[in-house]
Design a protein around this ligand. Structure first.
Ligand code: PLP
Length: 398
């Protein structure tokens, strides 16, 4: 049985689906449930709807519909981009550049390639979680084939200088025979900040529907026209021969609608969420001593708040919040269940103890001021209660 949550503040993990998106999916489950590769009218209509979805998704990132390829989610898009790029140019070089703060979909894919004869540079980040463009330029080698740098971080919301890196690569590629491909993981950014693939200078960009009020298990990979990325899944000739498997029509149409609605509302939503975010951060940092903001104060996603509290276990905070009907996160949802501190916070130089005491609060389309007021009422006493049980706190305030 699904459990109801009173206050949902974990939108970076996943977002609630919009009712109009559920409606459109239902039509494709109940009425037009055909295989879009068939020849009759309903199948043609499904195909047309998927093409319209590709156009809507393309419009959110300034790409053409025929540069959008549907996948089974962000993780698949990322695996495809990195593994297929690495495989296809392996005779020209085997060096890949990424950062230490990427999502595990990128990090573990790069580590897998390392075990299979590739060499990966994991660039460090500063205290805000941002890589240095100088470090990036210095890491490029004659055998570099691919760079993959995320647009926005899923834990601390920090935005990376992807456009600057794109410009660096453009200059480097002008004088190189073996061009370096550039991929960005835009799973957290899409639908929340402006994205223009030309301004970013990327060849590939990964997206996922469930981060913008669409369904889980549907994603897309943008592949710039002319980039010869081979198929990752082999089988039928779906997705113009580049991604085999009967299309998830309902999910794809839903993703298209999610992208269109997010684009239409983005400017107003970003303004609203940034104001909620900044107001909450200010309040908590003022009211709770020994509390800190993780990540950059301004160069961050509108809906991301990540706070550290001295002498606290994040898991304890989450359980007490859960008891009050509030859903938040202590790190990436993909790593919860493990008590290891977040690799992102550690890469930012945050000590283990502080990383353990971090709380990620991520806002979304349905978050209200009342939700944050409720959280700011219960959070300080929870912090106080946990600290009262901590010998470390006694030592700190002595
Ligand atoms: N990349 C980032 C930055 C993410 O936050 C996530 C999901 O949390 C993914 C990739 C994976 O996307 P998906 O859940 O669609 O596989």
């Amino acid at each position: 049985m699904a459990q109801k949550i009173s206050i949902y503040l974990d939108n970076a993990a996943s977002t609630p689906m919009r009712p109009e998106i559920v409606d459109v999916m239902t039509q494709y489950f109940n009425e037009n449930y055909v295989n879009p590769s068939s020849v009759y009218g309903a199948a043609v209509a499904a195909k047309v709807a998927m093409e319209a979805a590709a156009a809507d998704i393309g419009a959110t990132i300034n790409a053409a519909a025929n540069e959008i390829y549907f996948t089974g989610g962000g993780t698949e898009s990322i695996n495809w981009a990195i593994k297929s790029a690495a495989l296809t140019v392996k005779n020209k070089g085997r060096h890949i550049i990424t950062s230490t703060v990427e999502h595990h979909a990128v990090l573990h894919t790069c580590e897998y390639l390392e075990k299979n004869g590739y060499d990966v540079t994991f660039l460090p980040v500063d205290k805000f979680g941002i890589i240095s463009t100088e470090d990036f330029a210095a890491a490029v080698r004659p055998d570099t084939i691919l760079a993959t740098i995320m647009l926005a971080n899923n834990e601390v919301g920090t935005l990376q200088p992807v456009a600057e890196i794109g410009a660096i690569l453009k200059t480097i590629n002008q004088t190189r025979k073996n061009k370096i491909l550039f991929h960005t993981d835009a799973v957290q950014a899409m639908g929340h900040i402006d994205i223009d693939v030309d301004a970013l200078g990327v060849d590939m960009l990964s997206m996922s529907a469930h981060k913008l009020n669409g369904p889980k298990g549907v994603g897309a990979l943008y592949i710039r026209r002319g980039v010869a990325l081979p198929a990752f899944l082999h089988g039928g000739g779906h997705e113009r021969g580049r991604r085999a498997g009967t299309e998830n029509v309902a999910g794809i149409v839903a993703f298209g609608l999610a992208a269109r609605l997010a684009k239409e509302e983005m400017a107003a939503e970003a303004k609203r969420l940034s104001a909620l975010r900044d107001g909450f951060i200010k309040k908590i940092l003022k009211e709770v001593s020994h509390s800190y903001l993780n990540g950059h104060p301004t160069q961050r996603l509108p809906g991301n708040i990540n706070l550290a509290f001295d002498c606290i276990e994040g898991e304890g905070m989450l359980l007490l919040l859960d008891a009050k009907g509030i859903a938040a996160s202590s790190g990436s949802a993909c790593t919860s269940g493990s008590l290891d501190p977040s690799h992102v916070l550690l890469a930012m130089g945050i000590p283990h103890e502080k990383a353990h005491g971090s709380l990620r609060i991520t806002l979304g389309r349905y978050t209200t001021q009342a939700d944050l007021d409720a959280l700011s009422e219960v959070l300080p006493p929870i912090v106080q209660r946990l600290r009262s049980m901590s010998p470390l706190w006694d030592d700190l305030i002595k």
